[in-house]
Design a protein around this ligand. Structure first.
Ligand code: GCU
Length: 346
C-alpha cells in the first residue's frame, strides 16, 4: 500500500504543499472510507511535534500510541512523532496545529496559558499534591472538559489530555540553592509565560524567557545561570553537563498537554475516534508509569555524569510562592476549578 502523508495546509499553501508532497486531501476521503466498510485505505499520517529526545517517556508513550492507533484503525490513522524540536518550538506548535500545518503537538501548560488564562491553574504551585492527584484531575472530563474544549472556536485547537511533567526543581551552574536567598542576582531561564516570570521573580531571581531547545546553549554560554525542570528533562537533554547542581525545590508539579487540530479530530469516524481515545488513555497511563521509574534512573545517570542532587528548604520556596495563587486566580471560573481540583486531593 502506498503511504501518504496528510498535511492540512490552509488555502493556497495547501495546493502547493499537497502537489509537492503527493499528499491526500484534508481528510474527507479518509473519513468517508473509515466510516464505511472498514476496509484498509491509505493512512492519514498525523505529524506530532515534540521538543524532547527519543529517550524521553513522552516520545516512547506517543510512539506506542501511534502504533496502537494504526493497528486499531486497520491502518487508517497513524502518528509520526517528530522529536528534538525539529518542527520548531512550542509557541510555534500552537500556530502550526491551529492552522493544520501539523496535526498534533505536546505543549507545556504555560503555552496554553497565553491563549486562555484558565490554563494558568495547571502551572501554579500547590495545585497538585503529586502525580497521581494530577493525572486523576487531567483525565476527569467533568472537571477539565470545558477548559480542554475552550480553544476550539477561537483557535481550532482541541486539548486531548494531559501528561505529567513531574515535580519541577531549580538547577544551576554554580552551587546548590538551599533557600530563595541563594538565588539573588541569578538569571534563571523560564518558559515564556506570565506565571513563570512571576514565579522566578517571587524567588528573588531574574527570569529569562527562552525556548526549551535553547536552554542547553543558554546555560553553556552564560546567558542564564540556571533553569528549572524535572529530573528526566534535565538528564535526557544533557543539561547536567552545563548546570550540575540540581536543588530539589519541587516547587510545582508541571503539566504538558497533547493538542490536536480540531478539524482533524472531526474527520475521524466514530469508530476511529473511539480507537484514538482508547489509545490516548493507554498512552498517558504508560507515560505515568514510565515517569516514576525513569525519574530514578535519570537521577542515577545524571549523578554518574557528575551532577549533584540536594534536598533544600522546600518550605521556604513554598512560602515565597504562595502569593501567586491569589495573584493569578482572579476569575470566578478559575477559583471554582481550583477548589474542585483541591477537593479531589482531599
Ligand atoms: C518540561 C516539559 C516540556 C517543556 C519544558 C520547558 O520538560 O515536558 O514540555 O517545554 O519543561 O521547561 O520548556
Amino acid at each position: 500500500m502506498r503511504s501518504k502523508t496528510r498535511i492540512a495546509f490552509l488555502a493556497a499553501t495547501a495546493i502547493t504543499a499537497l502537489a509537492l508532497a503527493g499528499c491526500s486531501g484534508t481528510g474527507g476521503d479518509n473519513a468517508g472510507d473509515s466510516a464505511g466498510d472498514g476496509a484498509a485505505t491509505s493512512p492519514t499520517v498525523m505529524k506530532l511535534a515534540l521538543n524532547q529526545p527519543e529517550t524521553h517517556p513522552s516520545y516512547i508513550a506517543l510512539e506506542a500510541f501511534g502504533e496502537q492507533l494504526k493497528e486499531a484503525t486497520d491502518g487508517r490513522w497513524d502518528i509520526e512523532v517528530h522529536a528534538n524540536s525539529t518542527l520548531g518550538n512550542q509557541d510555534e506548535y500552537l500556530q502550526s496545529v491551529s492552522q493544520g500545518v501539523i496535526d498534533l503537538a505536546i505543549v507545556s501548560a504555560p503555552q496554553l496559558e497565553n491563549l486562555n488564562k484558565e490554563f494558568v491553574l495547571f502551572s501554579l504551585p500547590k495545585v497538585f499534591d503529586n502525580i497521581d492527584h494530577q493525572m486523576s484531575v487531567l483525565d476527569d472530563q467533568e472537571l477539565v472538559g470545558d477548559v480542554y474544549s475552550s480553544l476550539e472556536e477561537s483557535n481550532n485547537i482541541s486539548v486531548v489530555g494531559g501528561l505529567t511533567q513531574g515535580e519541577r526543581s531549580i538547577y544551576t551552574k554554580d552551587g546548590i540553592v538551599e533557600t530563595p536567598a541563594d538565588l539573588a542576582g541569578k538569571k534563571i531561564r523560564v518558559q515564556e509565560s506570565p506565571v513563570f516570570l512571576a514565579m522566578i521573580e517571587a524567588l528573588g531571581a531574574s527570569p529569562t524567557p527562552l525556548p526549551f531547545g535553547d536552554v542547553y546553549s543558554g546555560l553553556q554560554s552564560g546567558v542564564v545561570d540556571g533553569a528549572e525542570n524535572n529530573e528526566i528533562s534535565y538528564f535526557s537533554n544533557k543539561h547536567h553537563e552545563v548546570a550540575p547542581y540540581f536543588s530539589l525545590t519541587r516547587h510545582l508539579v508541571g503539566a504538558d498537554f497533547l493538542i490536536i487540530n480540531s478539524d482533524t479530530l472531526a474527520e475521524m469516524s466514530d469508530e476511529d475516534r473511539a480507537a484514538f481515545d482508547e489509545g490516548w488513555t493507554a498512552a498517558w497511563e504508560h507515560h505515568t508509569e514510565l515517569w516514576k521509574t525513569d525519574t530514578k534512573t535519570a537521577v542515577a545517570d545524571a549523578e554518574a555524569g557528575g551532577a549533584e542532587f540536594a534536598e533544600v528548604d522546600t518550605e521556604a520556596f513554598a512560602e515565597a510562592l504562595e502569593p501567586l495563587i491569589d495573584e493569578f486566580l482572579t476569575e470566578d471560573s478559575q477559583i471554582a476549578l481550583y477548589e474542585a481540583i483541591r477537593s479531589a486531593a482531599e
